[in-house]
Every structure is written in structure tokens, then in C-alpha cells.
Design a protein around this ligand. Structure first.
Ligand code: NAD
Ligand code: UGA
Length: 476
């Protein structure tokens, strides 16, 4: 058995899932380990074609610094492929970086993680493996998923030894490459058995190339799986905490940015993740907290579940009340247009999953607003798809969806997006929005234009001097 004698040498890695995690993490591993062949596979042929596109602007994931890493490694020791079978079979180490969205059907729907993609991965690995493999959980998973993966592997392949370890990913989108180069920590959860230790050591050998030893942490598998969920929950909790206070600031003439600074200067609290906003988005915070809520309920810890559920509730409330303020302003108007600036859930990414802009657009379309959207990175088709999905989830008919979408215009620059609009709603903190010529925009917008800054990034005094009416989150 390759594990026991520690004979296994990692020469080939396979990563299943070529998304926001699989693509960037494997590109960095390939860069740091030039002698290891890294193959990233996916069932999505189009995505793999984009990863292989000669034009590096066509990569399916936009991340600062990513195209440079891909340029250096692709087709040298980094490969993107749909040949899942051979890639699994030839690799000694297999990462699972598939999506784990919230379940929409069946037991736990609306809360629990849908593990179908992970289970399918395990089945594929069992089916195609002819030699011993180290399986690395990269996806974010509920605590004790490794047990399920192990059972699937063992049931479907009795000839090969598998060792499942956990290595959750902590990168944030928009800074993925710098995060991967300089991780705060690399967490590896493995069984305290001979084979578990060998598997963990093999992964440590890889990270050791660029991550200092004291930042590589070893735990048991369950602690590792749970730490990932808790890290995201704690980060999101800070945002909801500060966002809840932003509502109080608006009533009391306190200023949330001042409060946040004062509170964050306490070294026990720290300044990060205290920036009030229109609400956090992204594919993970909400789904991971809901997953945590589900787990707590499964273990009959109702008070724990309620505590974490409130983080999501405050987030929904924050976006909703931003929209309601706009709706109230124009309650007596017939022809009203709002421009949403920014569709991605944060700057420097083309990812719009769970972005506050989607909920805001939906809320305003319901109230008969015309919506214009500008985002420097998110594609038009993505924007249409996002809003269509949102409308579908609120049970709108095809006819209604068509009618709603006819009131949505996607623009390719800020000027045209704001032309003849009543109100600019800044939803993403793109740098570009800070340097806009608001004087010029003022002239092109309708009379008495408003700027609603959901990120508090624009110079408010400057806007006021030009003649704009303004609303800033958590400010008097
Ligand atoms: P993603 O949707 O961008 O990518 C997942 C990919 O897996 C998709 O391209 C999908 O086609 C592919 N896939 C699914 N089943 C497959 C199968 N059986 N065989 C081959 N390919 C398959 O998702 P993501 O954002 O990369 O997230 C992946 C996981 O990492 C999730 O669990 C997420 O919670 C976690 N995570 C994400 C981030 C992030 O910033 N996005 C950060 C840390 C952790
Ligand atoms: C988050 C975590 O930061 C990563 O560590 C984790 O790996 C990842 O989730 C994941 O598991 O997917 P990400 O969602 O990519 O990363 O981006 P963040 O920087 O965390 O921002 C999330 C959302 O919170 C964004 O909408 C952002 O604008 C918002 N935010 C962030 C605030 O509103 N205020 C803040 O102070 C910080």
C-alpha cells in the first residue's frame, strides 16, 4: 500500500471543478511546483474552452494577477481538460473543488448544502481509480462530509486505498492570487492514523514551497471542515453587526464610518470587515451560514441556529431598507429610472452570485421602476440570467419575466447608464465610481438627481456642492 510506506510521490494532481476556487488555486500550485503536472477538469466544456482560450481576457474567472500566472504555467504543467477519467486515474492527489450550493429541494431545502456534486465526484473517483489516491476536500462542506465521501469511495471501489483529508480554501474573490500567495493560514485536517499523517504530509510538502511552516495548521478532519464554515460565518457576522448599527446611525445622527473606525481601533476587535454596505453578497457567506444553521438544528441546538440565522436576516434587511428608501422617494412618480452602478458582489471580480444588486433590481422592478445597469466586468448575459433566476424564484410567469426585463437596460459605460436617470445607486465599490466626473453626470441626469451610495465611497460634500441630493449608508 503506497500510503503506509510513504512511497507515494506526488507527480500528478487532478482538481475536479474549474471554477473560482479550482482555477486560481491550481494555477498557483502549478506555478510553485513546476515539476508537478496539474490538471483541472470540469464537466462544463465551455468553461474548459475558456480556460484554454488563447486570449487571456477570455478566462472564465477574472482575478487581478490570474492571467499572468496562467500565462506562465498553462500547457507547461497546468492543463485544463474535460477528460475526467484519465486525469483522475493518473493523479496521486485529487482535489475536489466543486460547487456546494444550498439545497433547493428535499430535506433541508433552503438551508442544507447540496452535496450531489461532491458525491458525484466521489463516485467518479471510485470508478476511474486504479491506484491509491489522496483525496483533498477543497470545497466548503458540512462537518463530517469526509465520512460520506469515504463511504462512497469504499463502496464503489474495493481495490484501491483512499485517504480523505480536508483543506478548505480561504481566498476571497478579487484578491484570490495575493491571498493564495500569502495565505494567513493553510488548514489541513487529517485522521490521526498512519495513512492520515502520510496524506497530510504530502499536502504539506506542496504548500511548504511558499507558505511558512507556522502558517500551516494541522487539525482533525472535523475541526477543519467546521473551521471553514465558522470563519465565513464570523466574517459575515461582523458585517451584519456593523450594518445593523448603520440603521441606528441614520436615526441618531451618528456616522457609521466614524463608529466603525472608533470600534475597530480596539486591537481586540480590529478594523477588518467593519465596512458598512448595502449588504454582503457572494456565493458563500449566505450559503455557509445557512448550512451552519441547518447543522445546529440537526443537532437540536435551536438557540445556536437562531443566532446565526439572524446574520442572514440582517443582511436581507440591509438591502431591503436601501431599496425601500428609493421606493418611498418616488412613490408618487410614474416614469422613474434608477441606475444601478455595479453588479458584481464586490470590486475586482466578474462574479455576481448573491450580489445585493440583484435583490435591489428585483425590488425596484416590482415597483415599476426602469432600471439601468452598469458594471465594468459582469457580462450582459450574466446580468439578464441573474435577474431572470431571481424572478423565477419568486414564481413569476414567463410573460411577467419578459415584461420586467423589458424595463432593464444594460449599458457599457457610466455616462450612458446615468443619462436621463433619476437616481444613481452605487452597489459595488469599483474604483472607477470614485473618479467619475459627477459634474458632467449631473447635467445629463433628470432634474433633482439623487446619489444613493451603498458603499460610502463617493465624496459626499463634492456631490452636494454640485447639487445632488444624497443618501449614504449609516450617515445622517
Ligand atoms: P464554481 O461554481 O465556480 O465552480 C465549481 C465547478 O465544479 C463548476 O465549474 C462545475 O461545473 C464543476 N463541477 C461540478 N460537478 C462536477 C463534476 N462531477 N465533475 C467535474 N466538474 C464538476 O464554484 P467555486 O466558487 O469555485 O466554489 C467551489 C467550492 O469552493 C464551494 O464549496 C465553495 O463554497 C468553496 N469556496 C469558494 C470560494 C470562492 O471565492 N468562490 C472561496 C472559498 C471556498
Ligand atoms: C469570503 C471570505 O472572505 C473568504 O475568506 C472565503 O474563502 C470566501 O468568502 C468563500 O468561502 O467563498 P468573498 O465572498 O470572495 O470571500 O469576499 P469578501 O471580501 O469576504 O466579501 C464578501 C461580501 O462582503 C462582499 O459583498 C463585500 O463587499 C462584503 N463586505 C466585505 C462588506 O460589506 N463589508 C466589509 O467590511 C467586508
Amino acid at each position: 500500500m503506497a500510503f503506509k510506506k510513504n512511497r507515494m510521490k506526488i507527480k500528478k494532481i487532478c482538481c475536479i471543478g474549474a471554477g473560482y476556487v479550482g482555477g486560481p488555486t491550481m494555477a498557483v500550485i502549478a506555478l510553485k511546483c513546476p515539476e508537478i503536472k496539474v490538471t483541472v477538469v470540469d464537466i462544463d466544456k465551455e468553461k474548459i474552452n475558456s480556460w484554454n482560450s488563447e486570449d487571456l481576457n477570455e478566462l472564465p474567472v477574472f482575478e487581478p494577477g490570474l492571467s499572468e500566472v496562467v500565462e506562465k504555467t498553462r500547457n507547461k504543467n497546468l492543463f485544463f481538460s474535460t477528460n475526467i477519467k484519465d486525469s483522475i486515474n493518473e493523479a496521486e492527489m485529487i482535489f475536489m473543488a466543486v460547487n456546494t450550493p444550498t439545497k433547493t429541494k428535499g430535506k433541508g431545502r433552503g438551508y442544507a448544502a447540496n452535496l450531489t456534486f461532491v458525491e458525484n465526484c466521489a463516485k467518479e473517483i471510485a470508478e476511474f481509480s486504479k491506484s491509491d489516491k489522496i483525496i483533498v476536500e477543497k470545497s466548503t462542506l458540512p462537518v463530517r462530509t469526509a465520512e460520506k465521501i469515504n463511504n462512497i469511495l469504499k463502496k464503489n471501489n474495493k481495490k484501491v486505498n483512499f485517504e480523505v483529508i480536508s483543506n478548505p480554501e480561504f481566498l476571497a474573490e478579487g484578491t484570490a492570487i495575493t491571498d493564495l500567495f500569502k495565505s494567513d493560514r493553510v488548514l489541513i485536517g487529517a485522521d490521526n492514523t498512519e495513512t492520515g499523517k502520510v496524506a497530510a504530509d504530502k499536502l504539506i510538502e506542496i504548500y511548504k514551497r511558499w507558505i511558512p511552516n507556522d502558517k500551516i495548521i494541522k487539525t482533525n478532519v472535523w475541526s477543519s471542515e467546521l473551521s471553514k464554515l465558522v470563519s465565513n460565518a464570523m466574517l459575515a457576522q461582523r458585517i451584519s453587526s456593523i450594518n445593523s448599527i448603520s440603521a441606528l446611525c441614520e436615526k441618531t445622527e451618528a456616522n457609521i464610518d466614524e463608529v466603525s473606525k472608533a470600534v475597530g481601533l480596539d486591537s481586540r476587535i480590529g478594523p477588518n470587515f467593519l465596512k458598512s454596505s448595502v449588504g454582503f453578497g457572494g456565493s458563500c457567506f449566505k450559503k455557509d451560514i445557512l448550512n451552519l444553521v441547518y447543522l445546529a438544528r440537526q443537532y437540536k441546538l435551536e438557540e445556536v441556529a437562531k443566532f446565526w440565522e439572524s446574520v442572514v436576516k440582517i443582511n436581507d434587511y440591509q438591502t431591503y431598507r436601501f431599496g425601500q428608501k428609493i421606493i418611498y422617494l418616488y412613490k408618487d412618480h410614474k416614469n422613474k429610472t434608477v441606475t444601478i452602478l455595479g453588479w458584481s458582489f464586490k470590486k475586482d471580480t466578474n462574479d455576481s452570485r448573491e450580489s445585493a444588486s440583484i435583490s435591489l433590481a428585483n425590488q425596484l422592478l416590482e415597483k415599476k421602476f426602469n432600471i439601468r445597469v452598469y458594471d465594468p466586468m459582469v457580462s450582459n448575459s450574466r446580468i439578464i440570467q441573474d435577474i431572470t433566476n431571481k424572478l423565477k424564484s419568486s414564481k413569476k410567469t414567463t410573460k411577467q419575466i419578459k415584461r420586467f426585463i423589458s424595463r432593464l437596460t444594460i449599458c457599457d459605460n457610466i455616462d450612458s447608464a446615468l443619462n436621463n436617470s433619476n437616481l444613481a445607486a452605487v452597489c459595488t465599490e469599483w474604483d472607477e465610481f470614485k473618479s467619475v466626473d459627477w459634474n458632467k453626470i449631473f447635467i445629463n441626469m433628470k432634474n433633482n438627481p439623487w446619489v444613493f451610495d451603498g458603499r460610502n465611497i463617493i465624496d459626499r460634500d463634492k456631490l452636494k456642492n454640485i447639487g445632488f441630493k444624497t443618501f449614504f449608508i449609516g450617515q445622517p
